[in-house]
Write a protein that binds this ligand. Structure first.
Ligand code: ADP
Ligand code: MG
Length: 538
């Protein structure tokens, strides 16, 4: 008989939380994380200062960065980190919106659970609502094209509004739009944007408004010899991996030289080898050499005499990027170089930025590419500008790819809330409650924006509803002026940001609501940090 004998399915020490407990614990954790982000949303959003274990400090308002730096431990809360990551990857913006929405959907679900509504009815209802929401978004979308520079600039500026360098968003927005328009391509009748075609190089120093857009690619290296040309045009570029040095043996060897003749012969041989390397470059027809390793002085001198511009210790990714952009082939040694391996660009030149010299490669034969040379007083500033650009470039790019934009500032969320509430009447069963909860959850965006502006959240929502009921779909929260206003020209967002935020939030909420048991393996060392240096213990 089995009665009374427990059947052991789990390893000893495994913890198990079930049913309500598991669900409430997950919802609680996810909601706590999402809620902590609310104060950072929008133009008046506050920053978070994150202090790492080693005392390193990151100050930012970027949702994905904040969540990453939080080093969240709770498994359910980690799902929010995934929501933010996906949102960031797909859209470059709307990370906090997506996370806050997820939190709110879960929070509202908790009330429904209290009313004994089954989790399945809730998740089904949420999915029905999300489907309808996507249709509403499509209906609300306004077309945007390459020529609409004003709208594009508004998109870039909207994405930067809450960042630390918001004061410069006019300048940065302009640059971002120009950069996107330079590299966006039409393929099969569709616009395609690849952010990889825009290089970002940070150079601390100067001021943010010194940031510039350069046509071409930047190598953060200067020519190896002072008498090399400052500028080579047209450029024929050779890419070589191995060093232009006589190989030093890796073990110490003793070479016995017994007479001065032998020493001369030894040196002569070394010289001959170095000369052969330089000659191989000349013979290939190249006038620019980019080498992944070192270049010995005597070779540099020879190359300089031949009018060749050479750069040493280049990064592997630079070589690969140049290979793609100029059509060059990366060879291992100089001796392997054939004329067909040499790539082409219009111009290679030295650019002085502050104290430093950079190499600028323009007019690459195979790729339209531009570089943003980011300037700023401190490391924090240039890093924040880089984050801003990442968001602005992506949002402008995807807005053009999809061809549609929506109004931000809570306007679209308020419209969704209204239309989904009306739509709910057509949904039967318990699911209707969830559809209504979804509609209510949308209000969290305008409510949070209103709060951040110091407005009364209830009054703001009432006014918004009133305006939207009157058909004014672009009325939202003007956070900077602390009032409800027409925001269609000010807060402009690609349609994909809202789509992804809704899809991501519903998927994550569904995932968490479907869990009714959490089974955790026994933690070895009860949460102790892994030993420094890592690796398996002995
Ligand atoms: P996210 O990580 O979700 O992008 P942000 O802190 O960037 O978070 O805030 C985005 C919110 O701020 C969006 O709802 C957006 O529409 C809104 N917003 C952007 N510009 C304005 C503006 N000028 N006035 C009011 N709200 C704005
Ligand atoms: Mg944003």
């Amino acid at each position: 008989m089995l009665a009374g004998t427990p059947i052991i399915l789990l390893k000893e020490g495994t913890e198990r939380a079930e049913g309500k407990d598991a669900q409430r614990d997950n919802i609680g954790a996810a909601y706590a994380v999402a809620n902590s982000l609310r104060t950072t949303l929008g133009p008046r959003g506050m920053d978070k200062m994150m202090v790492g274990a080693r005392g390193d400090v990151v100050i930012t308002n970027d949702g994905a960065t904040i969540l990453k730096e939080m080093e969240i431990q709770h498994p359910a809360a980690k799902i929010l980190v995934e929501v933010a990551k996906t949102q960031d990857l797909e859209c470059g913006d709307g990370t906090k919106t997506a996370v806050i929405l997820t939190g709110e959907l879960l929070h509202r679900a908790e009330d429904l659970l209290d009313e004994k509504i089954h989790p399945t009815a809730i998740t089904t209802g949420y999915q029905i609502a999300a489907e309808e929401a996507l249709k509403v978004l499509t209906a609300l979308g306004r077309p945007v094209r390459r020529e609409d520079t004003e709208a594009l600039r508004a998109i870039a500026m909207t994405s930067m509004i809450s960042k630390g360098v918001a004061a410069q968003r006019e300048t940065l927005g302009r640059l971002a739009v120009r950069a996107v328009l330079e590299v966006i391509e039409e393929r099969d009748g569709k616009l395609r944007f690849d952010r990889k075609n825009i290089q970002m190089v940070k150079k601390q120093g100067g001021e943010v408004h010194d940031t510039e857009l350069l046509e071409g690619r930047i190598l953060e290296k200067e020519a190896v010899h002072p008498s090399m040309p400052r500028r080579v045009t047209p450029a024929r570029i050779a890419l070589v991996e191995a060093a232009f040095e006589v190989k030093k043996t890796e073990y110490s060897a003793e070479i016995r030289i017994t007479s001065p003749d032998q020493l001369d012969a030894f040196r002569a041989e070394e010289e001959r080898m170095l000369a052969a390397m330089a000659k191989a470059i000349v013979a290939s027809g190249a006038n620019v050499l980019v080498c992944e390793k070192g270049i010995e002085d005597s070779v540099a001198e020879r190359l300089a005499k031949e009018g060749i511009y050479a750069v040493k210790q280049a990064k592997r990714e630079d070589l690969e990027m140049l290979a793609k952009a100029t059509g060059a082939r990366i060879v291992v040694r100089a001796a392997d170089l054939a004329p067909a391996d040499v790539g082409r660009a219009e111009r290679v030149e030295d650019r002085q930025i502050g104290e430093d010299h950079l190499t600028l490669i323009t007019g690459c034969e195979h790729a339209r590419s531009v570089s943003l040379l980011i300037r700023g007083g401190t490391e924090h500033v240039v890093t924040e500008v880089e984050r801003c650009f990442t968001d602005a470039l992506t949002t402008v790019g995807i807005a053009l790819e999809d061809g549609y934009v929506l109004t931000g500032a809570g306007a679209t969320a308020a419209e969704l809330s209204l239309r989904i509430r009306t739509f709910a009447a057509n949904v039967g069963g318990r699911e209707q409650m969830a559809v209504l909860a979804f509609a209510d959850a949308m209000d969290i965006i305008p409510a949070t924006l209103a709060e951040s502006a110091g407005m009364d959240k209830i009054d703001a929502l009432i006014e918004l509803r009133h305006q939207h009921a009157g058909g004014r779909t672009d009325v939202g929260v003007d956070v900077l002026a602390a009032k409800i206003a027409e925001m269609g020209a000010v807060a402009v967002e690609p349609i994909r940001v809202s789509r992804q935020a809704i899809e991501g939030a519903v998927a994550a909420a569904t995932l968490l609501l479907r869990i009714d048991a959490v089974i955790s393996a026994k933690r070895s060392g009860a949460g102790a940090a892994p030993p420094p240096g890592g690796g398996p213990g002995f």
